[in-house]
Ligand binder design. Structure first.
Ligand code: PRP
Length: 168
């Protein structure tokens, strides 16, 4: 395991993202939509540094394909418990890889007529993109490494590490 992003570096970046997002949503209530499981730690840190009033909800999605490759077929394993209609919604993801998961979620939520819909992803592996999707806010652009920690797992392990590591 090799350190890619230290706890300190992540916390500084999360604080800067929270400041920018708070400014953009100033005076508006925001519904934070966390994508389980990976986003839970990032969401917890980001939410605690945001100043506008927030509500929180979660989705869980499954993408089908062989092994680690997304096939492009995504479905809800767990949908939202609240309506997004007329609300300012911010989707929170740990990582964008092919973009298939976020594109699917974005389209599904957009169809429910939110007032606004934005996306923040802590990590962006741009070179892996298969669909044309770009989050509104990104923490770090990273190369095509397998990464763990800060919510990201390998066989469900390492999600609790405070830093982000590349795995051989
Ligand atoms: C990861 C990540 C995104 C998705 C990104 O989730 O959290 O949801 O993959 O990949 P894509 O851009 O190629 O669609 P994962 O399926 O590993 O589930 P987890 O968050 O529960 O670990």
């Amino acid at each position: 395991m090799k350190i890619l992003l230290s706890e300190k570096k992540i916390q500084l970046r999360v604080r800067a993202l929270a400041r920018q997002i708070s400014k953009d949503f100033s005076g508006k209530e925001v519904l934070l939509v966390g994508v389980l499981k990976g986003a839970f730690i990032f969401m917890a840190d980001l939410a605690r540094k945001m100043t506008p009033p927030v509500k929180m909800d979660f989705v869980r999605l499954a993408s089908y394909g062989s092994g680690t490759q997304s096939s492009g077929k995504v479905k809800f394993l767990k949908d939202l418990e609240t309506s997004v209609q007329g609300k300012n919604v911010l989707i929170i993801e740990d990582i964008v890889d092919t973009g298939i998961t976020l594109q699917y979620l974005y389209q599904r939520l957009q169809a429910r007529k939110p007032r606004s819909l934005k996306v923040v992803a802590l990590l962006d592996k741009m070179e892996r993109r298969k669909v044309n999707f770009q989050p509104d806010y990104v923490g770090f652009q990273i190369k095509d490494h397998f990464v763990v920690g800060y919510g990201l797992d390998c066989g469900e392990k390492y999600r609790n590490l405070p830093g982000i590591y590349t795995l051989k």
